[in-house]
Design a protein around this ligand. Structure first.
Ligand code: A2P
Length: 333
Protein backbone atom coordinates (compact mmCIF):
# COMPACT_ATOMS: atom_id res chain seq x y z
CA UNK A 1 0.00 0.00 0.00
CA UNK A 2 1.20 3.48 -0.84
CA UNK A 3 2.17 5.68 2.13
CA UNK A 4 0.73 9.18 2.01
CA UNK A 5 2.07 12.61 2.97
CA UNK A 6 -0.45 14.25 5.26
CA UNK A 7 -0.62 17.86 6.51
CA UNK A 8 -2.67 19.14 9.43
CA UNK A 9 -3.47 22.86 9.24
CA UNK A 10 -4.56 24.47 12.51
CA UNK A 11 -2.88 21.69 14.50
CA UNK A 12 -2.76 23.74 17.71
CA UNK A 13 -6.52 24.48 17.80
CA UNK A 14 -9.30 22.60 19.56
CA UNK A 15 -10.33 20.63 16.46
CA UNK A 16 -6.70 20.41 15.25
CA UNK A 17 -5.59 18.66 18.42
CA UNK A 18 -8.49 16.26 18.09
CA UNK A 19 -7.43 15.59 14.46
CA UNK A 20 -4.12 14.41 15.94
CA UNK A 21 -5.82 12.21 18.54
CA UNK A 22 -8.10 10.59 15.94
CA UNK A 23 -5.15 10.12 13.53
CA UNK A 24 -3.20 8.37 16.30
CA UNK A 25 -6.15 6.04 16.93
CA UNK A 26 -6.94 5.26 13.30
CA UNK A 27 -3.40 4.79 11.97
CA UNK A 28 -3.70 5.90 8.35
CA UNK A 29 -1.05 4.68 5.88
CA UNK A 30 1.06 7.82 6.35
CA UNK A 31 4.58 8.34 5.12
CA UNK A 32 4.78 11.58 7.09
CA UNK A 33 2.75 14.14 8.98
CA UNK A 34 3.44 17.89 8.94
CA UNK A 35 1.73 20.19 11.42
CA UNK A 36 0.91 23.80 10.49
CA UNK A 37 -0.50 26.75 12.43
CA UNK A 38 -0.08 30.53 12.39
CA UNK A 39 3.14 32.46 13.07
CA UNK A 40 1.95 32.74 16.70
CA UNK A 41 2.66 29.09 17.45
CA UNK A 42 5.32 28.31 14.82
CA UNK A 43 8.22 26.53 16.52
CA UNK A 44 6.13 25.16 19.37
CA UNK A 45 6.29 21.42 20.05
CA UNK A 46 3.42 18.94 19.98
CA UNK A 47 3.82 15.31 20.90
CA UNK A 48 2.14 13.09 18.34
CA UNK A 49 2.52 9.40 17.42
CA UNK A 50 5.09 9.06 20.19
CA UNK A 51 7.33 11.75 18.75
CA UNK A 52 7.87 15.47 19.13
CA UNK A 53 6.68 17.52 16.16
CA UNK A 54 7.59 21.16 15.58
CA UNK A 55 4.70 23.31 14.44
CA UNK A 56 5.43 25.12 11.16
CA UNK A 57 4.10 28.46 10.06
CA UNK A 58 1.61 28.15 7.20
CA UNK A 59 2.57 30.22 4.16
CA UNK A 60 2.15 30.29 0.37
CA UNK A 61 4.98 27.77 -0.09
CA UNK A 62 3.87 25.27 2.55
CA UNK A 63 2.40 22.92 -0.05
CA UNK A 64 5.31 23.05 -2.50
CA UNK A 65 6.77 19.82 -1.16
CA UNK A 66 3.76 17.83 -2.42
CA UNK A 67 1.25 16.59 0.14
CA UNK A 68 -1.44 14.04 -0.71
CA UNK A 69 -4.00 15.14 1.90
CA UNK A 70 -4.36 18.21 4.13
CA UNK A 71 -6.83 18.39 7.01
CA UNK A 72 -7.73 22.05 7.59
CA UNK A 73 -9.30 23.54 10.71
CA UNK A 74 -7.89 27.05 10.94
CA UNK A 75 -10.93 29.22 10.26
CA UNK A 76 -12.68 30.37 7.09
CA UNK A 77 -10.21 33.01 5.94
CA UNK A 78 -7.24 30.60 6.19
CA UNK A 79 -9.18 28.04 4.15
CA UNK A 80 -10.26 30.65 1.64
CA UNK A 81 -6.66 31.61 0.96
CA UNK A 82 -4.73 28.38 1.41
CA UNK A 83 -7.06 25.55 0.33
CA UNK A 84 -6.91 26.58 -3.36
CA UNK A 85 -3.11 26.88 -3.12
CA UNK A 86 -2.86 23.38 -1.68
CA UNK A 87 -5.30 21.99 -4.28
CA UNK A 88 -3.36 23.61 -7.13
CA UNK A 89 -0.31 21.63 -5.98
CA UNK A 90 -2.19 18.33 -6.17
CA UNK A 91 -3.09 18.01 -2.50
CA UNK A 92 -6.68 17.11 -1.54
CA UNK A 93 -7.93 19.44 1.19
CA UNK A 94 -10.51 18.23 3.70
CA UNK A 95 -11.77 21.49 5.13
CA UNK A 96 -13.57 21.89 8.42
CA UNK A 97 -14.49 25.56 7.93
CA UNK A 98 -17.73 26.77 6.38
CA UNK A 99 -15.82 28.55 3.59
CA UNK A 100 -16.39 26.02 0.78
CA UNK A 101 -19.37 24.00 2.00
CA UNK A 102 -22.03 25.44 -0.29
CA UNK A 103 -19.76 25.76 -3.34
CA UNK A 104 -21.39 23.56 -6.03
CA UNK A 105 -17.93 22.30 -7.05
CA UNK A 106 -17.13 21.12 -3.52
CA UNK A 107 -18.57 17.87 -2.13
CA UNK A 108 -20.00 18.14 1.39
CA UNK A 109 -19.55 14.74 2.97
CA UNK A 110 -20.61 12.59 5.89
CA UNK A 111 -18.94 9.24 5.12
CA UNK A 112 -21.87 7.12 6.42
CA UNK A 113 -24.29 9.14 4.30
CA UNK A 114 -22.88 10.25 0.92
CA UNK A 115 -19.40 8.72 0.53
CA UNK A 116 -19.69 8.61 -3.26
CA UNK A 117 -19.75 12.41 -3.41
CA UNK A 118 -16.04 12.27 -2.47
CA UNK A 119 -15.33 11.10 -6.04
CA UNK A 120 -16.57 14.43 -7.45
CA UNK A 121 -13.93 16.49 -5.66
CA UNK A 122 -11.74 18.96 -7.54
CA UNK A 123 -9.16 19.31 -4.78
CA UNK A 124 -11.38 20.43 -1.88
CA UNK A 125 -13.85 18.35 0.16
CA UNK A 126 -15.87 20.13 2.85
CA UNK A 127 -16.65 18.78 6.31
CA UNK A 128 -20.20 19.85 7.28
CA UNK A 129 -21.20 21.90 10.32
CA UNK A 130 -21.09 19.89 13.55
CA UNK A 131 -24.83 20.05 14.19
CA UNK A 132 -25.58 18.99 10.61
CA UNK A 133 -23.25 15.96 10.68
CA UNK A 134 -24.93 14.17 13.58
CA UNK A 135 -28.42 14.88 12.21
CA UNK A 136 -27.42 13.35 8.85
CA UNK A 137 -26.25 10.10 10.45
CA UNK A 138 -29.71 9.65 11.99
CA UNK A 139 -31.82 10.97 9.11
CA UNK A 140 -30.23 9.28 6.09
CA UNK A 141 -31.56 5.79 6.91
CA UNK A 142 -35.08 7.25 7.30
CA UNK A 143 -34.76 9.16 4.03
CA UNK A 144 -33.72 6.00 2.18
CA UNK A 145 -36.55 3.88 3.63
CA UNK A 146 -39.47 6.28 3.93
CA UNK A 147 -38.54 9.57 2.22
CA UNK A 148 -38.47 12.85 4.17
CA UNK A 149 -40.98 15.67 3.64
CA UNK A 150 -40.10 18.12 6.44
CA UNK A 151 -37.61 18.52 9.31
CA UNK A 152 -37.81 20.70 12.44
CA UNK A 153 -34.44 21.01 14.22
CA UNK A 154 -34.06 22.32 17.79
CA UNK A 155 -30.49 22.11 19.04
CA UNK A 156 -28.83 22.21 22.45
CA UNK A 157 -25.21 22.91 21.57
CA UNK A 158 -22.09 22.64 23.71
CA UNK A 159 -19.81 25.62 24.36
CA UNK A 160 -16.81 23.81 22.81
CA UNK A 161 -18.47 24.46 19.44
CA UNK A 162 -17.43 28.08 19.94
CA UNK A 163 -13.76 27.08 20.41
CA UNK A 164 -11.58 27.62 23.42
CA UNK A 165 -13.20 31.00 24.10
CA UNK A 166 -16.61 29.41 24.47
CA UNK A 167 -15.21 26.72 26.74
CA UNK A 168 -13.58 29.34 28.96
CA UNK A 169 -16.75 31.45 29.17
CA UNK A 170 -18.52 28.51 30.82
CA UNK A 171 -15.58 27.63 33.08
CA UNK A 172 -15.09 31.25 34.18
CA UNK A 173 -18.82 31.91 34.36
CA UNK A 174 -19.09 29.16 36.99
CA UNK A 175 -16.72 31.30 39.09
CA UNK A 176 -18.85 34.40 38.56
CA UNK A 177 -16.72 36.01 35.84
CA UNK A 178 -18.26 37.94 32.92
CA UNK A 179 -18.32 36.31 29.45
CA UNK A 180 -15.75 37.25 26.81
CA UNK A 181 -16.81 35.10 23.84
CA UNK A 182 -20.60 35.15 24.13
CA UNK A 183 -22.90 38.21 24.29
CA UNK A 184 -24.38 36.98 27.58
CA UNK A 185 -23.41 34.66 30.45
CA UNK A 186 -23.66 31.00 29.42
CA UNK A 187 -23.44 29.52 32.93
CA UNK A 188 -26.96 28.86 34.23
CA UNK A 189 -28.34 30.18 30.95
CA UNK A 190 -29.34 29.26 27.38
CA UNK A 191 -28.50 31.47 24.42
CA UNK A 192 -30.90 31.27 21.46
CA UNK A 193 -28.20 32.70 19.21
CA UNK A 194 -25.34 30.79 17.57
CA UNK A 195 -23.34 32.94 15.14
CA UNK A 196 -24.78 36.16 13.71
CA UNK A 197 -28.36 36.98 12.72
CA UNK A 198 -29.31 37.13 9.03
CA UNK A 199 -31.95 39.38 7.42
CA UNK A 200 -34.56 36.55 7.57
CA UNK A 201 -34.36 36.46 11.39
CA UNK A 202 -32.50 33.13 11.46
CA UNK A 203 -28.93 32.80 12.66
CA UNK A 204 -26.14 31.72 10.33
CA UNK A 205 -25.90 28.41 12.24
CA UNK A 206 -29.61 27.75 11.63
CA UNK A 207 -29.32 28.43 7.91
CA UNK A 208 -26.20 26.23 7.74
CA UNK A 209 -28.31 23.35 9.05
CA UNK A 210 -31.06 24.05 6.49
CA UNK A 211 -28.77 24.44 3.46
CA UNK A 212 -26.23 21.75 4.32
CA UNK A 213 -28.98 19.18 5.03
CA UNK A 214 -30.47 19.81 1.57
CA UNK A 215 -27.07 19.48 -0.10
CA UNK A 216 -26.01 16.30 1.72
CA UNK A 217 -29.36 14.56 1.35
CA UNK A 218 -29.47 15.71 -2.29
CA UNK A 219 -32.98 17.19 -2.07
CA UNK A 220 -33.49 20.92 -2.65
CA UNK A 221 -37.22 20.60 -2.05
CA UNK A 222 -36.84 19.46 1.58
CA UNK A 223 -38.78 21.72 3.95
CA UNK A 224 -36.60 22.46 6.97
CA UNK A 225 -36.65 24.89 9.87
CA UNK A 226 -34.13 25.18 12.71
CA UNK A 227 -33.65 26.85 16.09
CA UNK A 228 -30.09 26.52 17.40
CA UNK A 229 -29.35 27.16 21.06
CA UNK A 230 -26.10 27.28 23.05
CA UNK A 231 -26.45 25.52 26.43
CA UNK A 232 -24.10 25.28 29.44
CA UNK A 233 -22.62 21.91 28.42
CA UNK A 234 -18.89 21.57 27.71
CA UNK A 235 -18.89 18.77 25.13
CA UNK A 236 -21.41 17.14 22.77
CA UNK A 237 -24.40 18.62 20.99
CA UNK A 238 -27.97 17.39 21.52
CA UNK A 239 -30.77 17.82 19.02
CA UNK A 240 -34.49 17.34 19.07
CA UNK A 241 -35.41 16.40 15.51
CA UNK A 242 -39.02 16.28 14.38
CA UNK A 243 -39.41 14.60 11.00
CA UNK A 244 -42.36 14.17 8.66
CA UNK A 245 -41.81 11.13 6.50
CA UNK A 246 -43.35 10.62 3.06
CA UNK A 247 -44.52 7.06 3.73
CA UNK A 248 -46.38 5.54 6.71
CA UNK A 249 -44.15 3.60 9.08
CA UNK A 250 -44.27 0.98 11.77
CA UNK A 251 -42.43 2.30 14.82
CA UNK A 252 -40.63 -0.99 15.57
CA UNK A 253 -39.49 -1.25 11.98
CA UNK A 254 -38.29 2.36 12.05
CA UNK A 255 -36.33 1.64 15.24
CA UNK A 256 -34.79 -1.44 13.58
CA UNK A 257 -33.83 0.72 10.58
CA UNK A 258 -31.99 3.09 12.89
CA UNK A 259 -30.35 0.17 14.73
CA UNK A 260 -28.95 -1.11 11.43
CA UNK A 261 -27.60 2.29 10.33
CA UNK A 262 -23.83 2.81 10.13
CA UNK A 263 -22.25 5.00 12.81
CA UNK A 264 -25.52 5.22 14.77
CA UNK A 265 -26.27 3.69 18.18
CA UNK A 266 -29.84 3.46 19.47
CA UNK A 267 -30.14 4.18 23.22
CA UNK A 268 -33.86 4.06 23.81
CA UNK A 269 -35.23 2.47 26.95
CA UNK A 270 -37.38 5.14 28.60
CA UNK A 271 -38.57 2.79 31.37
CA UNK A 272 -35.01 2.56 32.64
CA UNK A 273 -34.24 6.24 31.89
CA UNK A 274 -31.95 5.23 29.03
CA UNK A 275 -31.51 7.86 26.32
CA UNK A 276 -28.55 9.66 24.75
CA UNK A 277 -26.86 12.34 26.85
CA UNK A 278 -23.85 14.59 26.24
CA UNK A 279 -21.87 13.19 29.19
CA UNK A 280 -22.01 9.72 27.62
CA UNK A 281 -21.40 10.80 24.02
CA UNK A 282 -18.29 12.79 24.93
CA UNK A 283 -15.12 11.18 23.52
CA UNK A 284 -17.07 8.82 21.23
CA UNK A 285 -17.05 8.66 17.44
CA UNK A 286 -20.62 7.41 17.04
CA UNK A 287 -23.89 9.31 16.95
CA UNK A 288 -26.54 8.31 19.51
CA UNK A 289 -30.32 8.35 19.04
CA UNK A 290 -33.17 7.81 21.47
CA UNK A 291 -36.62 9.08 22.57
CA UNK A 292 -37.86 7.57 19.30
CA UNK A 293 -41.60 8.14 19.23
CA UNK A 294 -44.46 8.93 16.89
CA UNK A 295 -45.44 12.58 16.48
CA UNK A 296 -49.17 12.12 16.90
CA UNK A 297 -49.96 15.66 15.71
CA UNK A 298 -49.15 14.96 12.02
CA UNK A 299 -49.35 12.12 9.53
CA UNK A 300 -46.15 10.02 9.38
CA UNK A 301 -44.33 12.11 11.98
CA UNK A 302 -41.54 10.91 14.26
CA UNK A 303 -39.50 12.56 17.03
CA UNK A 304 -35.84 11.77 17.66
CA UNK A 305 -33.26 12.90 20.23
CA UNK A 306 -29.79 12.82 18.67
CA UNK A 307 -26.50 13.38 20.53
CA UNK A 308 -22.85 13.30 19.38
CA UNK A 309 -19.45 14.66 20.39
CA UNK A 310 -19.27 17.89 18.38
CA UNK A 311 -15.46 17.98 18.26
CA UNK A 312 -15.08 14.30 17.30
CA UNK A 313 -17.93 13.16 15.00
CA UNK A 314 -18.98 16.79 14.51
CA UNK A 315 -15.53 17.78 13.22
CA UNK A 316 -12.28 15.80 13.58
CA UNK A 317 -13.53 12.21 13.29
CA UNK A 318 -15.71 13.01 10.28
CA UNK A 319 -12.77 14.67 8.49
CA UNK A 320 -10.42 11.76 9.22
CA UNK A 321 -13.12 9.31 8.04
CA UNK A 322 -13.28 11.28 4.76
CA UNK A 323 -9.49 10.93 4.46
CA UNK A 324 -9.79 7.17 5.07
CA UNK A 325 -12.49 6.83 2.38
CA UNK A 326 -10.40 8.89 -0.04
CA UNK A 327 -7.41 6.60 0.51
CA UNK A 328 -9.66 3.54 0.09
CA UNK A 329 -10.85 4.96 -3.24
CA UNK A 330 -7.29 5.66 -4.40
CA UNK A 331 -6.21 2.16 -3.40
CA UNK A 332 -9.10 0.46 -5.23
CA UNK A 333 -8.28 2.17 -8.54
P1 A2P B 1 -2.44 29.35 16.27
O1 A2P B 1 -2.46 28.44 17.45
O2 A2P B 1 -1.06 29.60 15.78
O3 A2P B 1 -3.25 30.61 16.45
P2 A2P B 1 -9.33 27.35 17.31
O4 A2P B 1 -10.44 27.16 16.33
O5 A2P B 1 -9.34 26.38 18.43
O6 A2P B 1 -9.19 28.78 17.74
O7 A2P B 1 -7.95 27.03 16.46
C1 A2P B 1 -7.63 27.70 15.30
C2 A2P B 1 -6.41 27.06 14.66
O8 A2P B 1 -6.14 27.73 13.43
C3 A2P B 1 -5.13 27.20 15.49
O9 A2P B 1 -4.32 26.08 15.28
C4 A2P B 1 -4.51 28.45 14.89
O10 A2P B 1 -3.11 28.52 15.06
C5 A2P B 1 -4.83 28.22 13.44
N1 A2P B 1 -4.76 29.46 12.65
C6 A2P B 1 -5.42 30.60 12.85
N2 A2P B 1 -5.07 31.51 11.91
C7 A2P B 1 -4.16 30.92 11.10
C8 A2P B 1 -3.42 31.32 9.94
N3 A2P B 1 -3.55 32.52 9.41
N4 A2P B 1 -2.57 30.42 9.39
C9 A2P B 1 -2.44 29.19 9.92
N5 A2P B 1 -3.11 28.74 11.00
C10 A2P B 1 -3.96 29.59 11.58
Amino acid sequence: MKQYKIAVVGATGMVGRTFLKVLEERKLPAQSYTLFASARSAGSKISFMGEEYTVQELNEHSFDEGFDIALFSAGGSTSEKFAPIAASKGCVVIDNSSQWRMDPEVPLVVPEVNPDDIKKHKGIIANPNCSTIQAMVALRPLQLKYGIRRIVYSTYQAVSGAGLGGYQDLENGMKGEAPKKFNHPIFSNCLPQIDVFLPNGYTKEEMKMVNETRKILGDDTLRITATTVRVPVFMAHSESINVELKKPFDLDELRATLEAAPGLIVQDDPEHAVYPMPINAQGKDETFVGRIRRDESVENGVNLWVVADNIRKGAATNAVQIAQKLIEMWESK
